[in-house]
Design a protein around this ligand. Structure first.
Ligand code: ATP
Length: 259
């Protein structure tokens, strides 16, 4: 292959969103400026495996953005999720790229590559610290679905998280939503006090923890992967760009994906 051909191939790959091209980095280091009224920006952090990202994630984030007047939500794919592995976990660079494609048309949504840039297991507490360091004086809201929240006590330094930022637990279609008073797992009960007037839990740091019920969409990434494996359509479960990416890179077609 001569040089011109190599260059042409590389450009085609890049246009197709190929992973051979360098993973485009979202610049976490470009600070979001203070708004004109000089209130700190309100940033949501939405972590997940995003294997792959689907409309359930996007719809939930959109409802939260609107309800809490967030200036921006960062979707943070876990490079090496501590709780989810398995043979059908697509490589992190692919999952990040799919998140980038999925959020590309929403100016309030961004993909963050921060967990891919850190070696080792991805821990949310490190990611929150990163965002606090880069975006001070932003107000951070850590968004977590009810299923993930139930496991919070198994997360590294979980007790530190409410010291760093506010937490928002979102309901998940298809799963029962607890009443606000039944929200906290036993391990977290001593960290918060409940304010019945506002339905908000308060931490001694002043940060809040609350439950937000979304209408949402009952979609799970495991359903999307299952459909791909069975050769079924995933149209309208994921954005068209994500569907095309999965097809192009033949993701999730086998139990073992190691491209
Ligand atoms: P899997 O089916 O592989 O377990 P998932 O669909 O649960 O994946 P994750 O990437 O593990 O997706 O989820 C990231 C976050 O998004 C979690 O906090 C989870 O609760 C939330 N979430 C996932 N799907 C939905 C949905 N349909 N609606 C609202 N929240 C969701």
């Amino acid at each position: 292959m001569d040089e011109t051909e190599k260059r042409r191939n590389a450009e085609t790959q890049k246009r197709k969103g190929g992973c051979d091209s360098p993973v485009p980095r979202f610049s976490d280091s470009s600070p979001v400026p203070l708004l004109s009224d000089s209130r700190p920006v309100k940033i949501g952090l939405f972590g997940g495996t995003f294997n792959p990202i689907h409309f359930g994630h996007l719809r939930s984030a959109e409802e939260v953005r609107e309800a809490f007047a967030l200036d921006r939500i960062y979707f943070v794919p876990a490079a090496q999720p501590p709780h989810k592995g398995g043979s059908d976990l697509a490589p992190a660079a692919h999952r990040l790229r799919m998140v980038e494609l999925a959020v590309a048309d929403n100016p309030s949504f961004s993909a963050s590559s921060v967990e891919l840039e850190r070696p080792g297991t991805s821990y949310s507490v490190d990611t929150i610290r990163h965002f606090l360091a880069v975006f001070q004086p932003a107000s951070l809201l850590f968004i977590v679905g009810i299923d993930a929240f139930r496991e919070l006590a198994t997360w590294r330094d979980y007790a530190t998280i409410p010291r760093l930022c506010d937490l928002l637990v979102t309901s998940r279609p298809g799963l029962p939503t607890p009443s606000p008073t039944q929200l906290l797992p036993v391990a977290l009960k001593t960290l918060f006090w409940y304010d019945p007037a506002t339905n908000v839990y308060r931490h001694t740091s002043g940060h809040s923890l609350s439950l937000h019920e979304i209408a949402g969409l009952d979609i799970a990434a495991s359903t999307v992967r299952g459909k791909v494996r069975e050769g079924k359509s995933i149209r309208y479960l994921v954005p068209a760009s994500v569907e095309a990416y999965i097809t192009h890179h033949a993701l999730y077609q086998l139990e073992r994906v190691s491209r």
